[in-house]
Design a protein around this ligand. Structure first.
Ligand code: GDP
Length: 420
């Protein structure tokens, strides 16, 4: 058996959702740029400049078109250099017309980033995708993008989450300046101000919080602590007991509250100006769930008609969902699968329990921003593209031949609230 390179705790399956034009594409590209530049899997470092990278991205055109892209994140705050995280970015169509597609992707991701335009706050399509994500119990971060844009208003954007969606959302970061003066991002949890250098924000410098913002930072940090304590007993106990709340306490409480869908951390930045995206990736790791922390996917055992929970576990029989079929000019038909339990080796047989057919998986691929790697085995909690599955369609359950299961059907019982 191949060994698992990334333990489940260091895996994140996320989607990016937004109202059209808020910056979903730009944000995704920047994530792939930062993660791809730092870690080029299967490639020797060729000293490619940023422009080369972007040209390659365009040429291959797989960044945004791929149903799922695997990114390796080594951490911005430097703490994970030796123990990187695997962040699978699942493409989430952002427009109301593709509601079914949005729902399908929401089934296979574990957490999401909602991107807002800082000059607009919550917009109609944000409301639609937000409610869908709530139906599917997807924990979320909010990235207030375009802080550099004319009319950018971070406070208004944070407030719009309460006003339009009625959710407990508070800033965990604060921007320094807005519009042309947008200069840096303050991490309210760690009380650190991060300034990008002039190389398109590829390097950042940590500086003291400016004197004129110190009071504001304390006020916003207090608001954050109160909002999290309101929904988290452990933090509330410390807060009421007037005990010291450490950075680690606060981070852990934000994580618990976010995973419980009782709190939504709000971040500030500009994808276009390369400010804030790296801090956002750290927040993905800090506050969004690993496959071990999500509500279990359920399946039915066709022999007994009993429901079983599918918690990520390599030792269990294989069970996966085919969530997207794409045709690729190089390799043909690609079936993107999310593995819930067990593992799948290339060349092995799977049972398509939706169609009642048995199929052989040829090669298995992992898609990266500028490369794709062939893998021998895909593990539970992960996402891969399988080649060779001719009869499988989107939404089909694929399981071990010896342990057939029928995964929860795509028709979710709760109605999806449509835009008015
Ligand atoms: P999507 O429709 O959500 O995928 O949005 P895009 O990423 O395509 O962005 C829409 C437009 O906003 C494009 O013209 C981007 O260049 C621009 N844009 C994206 N991010 C920013 C930003 O941070 N600041 C500014 N000023 N413009 C941005």
């Amino acid at each position: 058996m191949a060994t698992r390179e990334f333990p489940l705790e260091r895996t994140r399956n996320i989607g990016i959702m937004a109202h059209i034009d808020a910056g979903k594409t730009t944000t995704t590209e920047r994530i792939l740029y930062y993660t791809g530049k730092i870690h080029k899997i299967g490639e020797t470092h060729d000293g490619a400049s940023q422009m080369d990278f972007m040209d390659q991205e365009k040429e291959r055109g797989i960044t945004i078109q791929s149903a799922a892209t695997t990114a390796i994140w080594h951490g911005f705050h430097e703490q994970w250099k030796e123990t990187p995280y695997r962040v699978n970015i699942i493409d989430t169509p952002g427009h109301v017309d593709f509601t079914i597609e949005v729902e399908r992707s929401l089934r296979v991701l574990d957490g999401a980033i909602a991107v807002l335009d800082a000059a607009a706050g919550v917009e109609p399509q944000t409301e639609t995708v937000w409610r869908q994500a709530t139906t599917y119990e997807v924990p979320r971060l909010v990235f207030v993008n375009k802080m550099d844009k004319l009319g950018a208003d971070f406070q208004m954007s944070v407030d719009s989450l309460k006003d339009r969606l009625d959710v407990n959302a508070k800033a965990i970061q604060w921007p320094i300046g807005a519009e042309d003066d947008f200069a840096a991002v303050i991490d309210l949890v760690q009380r650190e101000a991060w300034y990008p250098d002039d190389k398109l924000g590829t390097e950042w410098e940590k500086r003291p919080i400016p004197d004129d913002l110190k009071d504001l930072v304390e006020e916003k940090r207090e608001e954050l602590i109160e909002a999290v304590a309101d929904v988290d007993d452990q933090l509330m106990e410390k807060y009421l007991g007037e005990e010291a709340i450490s950075v680690a306490d606060l981070k852990a409480a934000i994580r618990r509250a976010t995973l419980a869908l009782k709190f939504y951390p709000v971040l500030a930045g500009s994808a276009y100006k390369d400010k804030g995206v790296q801090l956002m990736l750290d927040a993905v790791v800090d506050y969004l769930p690993s496959p071990l922390e999500v509500r279990p996917y359920t399946a039915t055992d066709p022999d007994t008609d009993k429901e079983v929970d599918l918690m990520a576990d390599d030792a269990k029989p294989f069970a996966a969902l085919a969530f997207k079929i794409m045709t690729d000019p190089y390799v043909g038909r690609l079936t993107f699968i999310r593995v819930y339990t067990g593992t799948l080796k290339s060349g092995s047989y799977v049972q398509n329990t939706t169609k009642g057919t048995r199929e052989r998986v040829g090669r298995l691929l992992q898609m990266h921003a500028i490369t794709r790697t062939e893998i021998d085995e895909v593990f539970s909690g992960d996402i891969a593209a399988a080649i060779g599955l001719k009869a499988t369609s989107t939404g089909d359950s694929l399981t071990s031949v010896d342990h057939p299961l029928i995964l929860e059907s795509m028709d979710f019982p709760d109605p999806v609230i449509q835009m008015a």
